[in-house]
Write a protein that binds this ligand. Structure first.
Ligand code: RRO
Length: 353
């Protein structure tokens, strides 16, 4: 019996067409690559580098009820393969955001995921009420996992009951047809149980993950590098943690839409999240060094899918959970030394013959 060989992905024939659309709850987005909250404000800065309406959606920096100046400086520190931020929810407040940022995004034709953050359940409900009837609003991301708050008791995503009470209040106030996603923290013992609590409270989907709580000490000053002392770790350093979280939630909740994020720099990074179970991805920290990254990741992801023989993006979601299928076509040249055996989890490519 001849040996099985795996053909490198880039040699696989391209699919003639590729449908990149993806459905998150009741909304279908034209493609699955979004920005990540907090890394591109409300998209204006990125729009000088590419047409932001070409992305699946823009996810805005988390907005609170009142304007807020944020934490003490310095607010950023470099780390190996990542960065630490301690912004502390700086922002203009919901009213200015709606009049300027969301209105601008709507005028640009961008689909907008508005990220909201509050210090109490009531804050979240009020913020959601203010979003009703706003053009351009495609989805609400409920940030219950900001690590840079005054006390850990405000990290609602660290406790299933607290997370659930925020989500049910938002769901009650949310406009019909606008999916509500809960943004989760990786800094918990069992992220799947928090995910389940949010879904039981009415969340239409989950954004996975926020930054990890971290700290850097400056060995020259011998003091914490950040004004806020601790900060949120992001970038490629956290990608395996994020992929693991997406995987665990997809295992626990097979039918719940997941927006995956954490250290995505390339189309193959994005594909890893999709195979773990993400229905869409957010590209964040990498935009600080490469503002075109989200649109590049979209191109690279489409090419990677096409190279692997997919015709629909959605066919790749969660594939890593399924057992691999070994496809052995009839060998047209039984005495030739090239085995016509191709390995692919879902798509049977033609053999070389
Ligand atoms: O503003 C921030 O400091 C911040 C937020 Br809201 C968040 O959700 N995650 C993060 O790393 N930083």
């Amino acid at each position: 019996m001849s040996e099985v060989t795996l053909r490198p992905a880039h040699q696989a024939p391209s699919a003639p067409t590729l449908d990149m659309s993806t459905r998150l709850g009741s909304v279908t987005f034209p493609n699955p690559v979004f920005t990540a909250s907090g890394c591109a404000a409300a998209g204006q800065e990125l729009d000088q580098f590419f047409d932001i309406s070409e992305l699946g959606a823009i996810v805005t920096k988390s907005i609170m009820l009142a304007p807020r100046s944020g934490r003490a400086t310095p607010r950023m520190a470099e780390t190996p393969s990542g960065m630490l931020n301690s912004i502390g929810l700086q922002g203009p407040g919901i009213d200015a955001f709606l009049d300027k940022d969301l209105a601008w995004l709507a005028s640009r034709g961008a689909r907008t995921v508005v990220s909201i953050a509050g210090g109490s359940v009531e804050d979240y409900a009020k913020l959601t009420t203010k979003l009703r009837g706003r053009p351009g609003l495609a989805m609400i991301e409920v940030n219950i996992s900001c690590p840079n708050v005054e006390d850990r008791g405000q990290v609602f995503a660290c406790d299933p009951a607290a997370a659930a009470s925020v989500i049910s209040a938002v769901k009650r106030a949310a406009p019909t047809g606008v999916p509500v996603f809960a943004k989760l923290s990786p800094d918990v013992t069992d992220i799947a149980s928090i995910a389940r609590a949010c879904v039981d409270a009415g969340a239409d989907g989950l954004s996975v993950i926020n930054t990890l709580l971290g700290m850097v000490i400056d060995t020259d000053t011998m003091r914490p590098a950040l004004g806020g002392v601790t900060g949120g770790l992001s970038g490629p350093a956290i990608r395996p943690v994020a992929v693991r979280c997406v995987w665990q939630i997809r295992q626990a909740l097979p039918d719940i839409p997941i927006l995956g994020m954490g250290g995505i720099r390339t189309g193959l990074d994005a594909l890893e999240f999709v195979l773990a179970g993400a229905n869409a991805v957010s590209v964040g920290t990498t935009v600080f060094g490469d503002p075109r990254a989200p649109i590049r990741v979209l191109d690279e992801l489409a090419r990677a899918l096409s190279d692997r023989g997919f015709e629909r993006f959605e066919d790749a979601i969660g594939l890593a959970h399924k057992p691999p299928v070994l496809y052995v076509p009839e060998d047209p040249d039984p005495i030739g030394d090239e085995p016509a055996v191709v390995f692919h989890p879902s798509v049977a490519f033609e053999g070389d013959g």
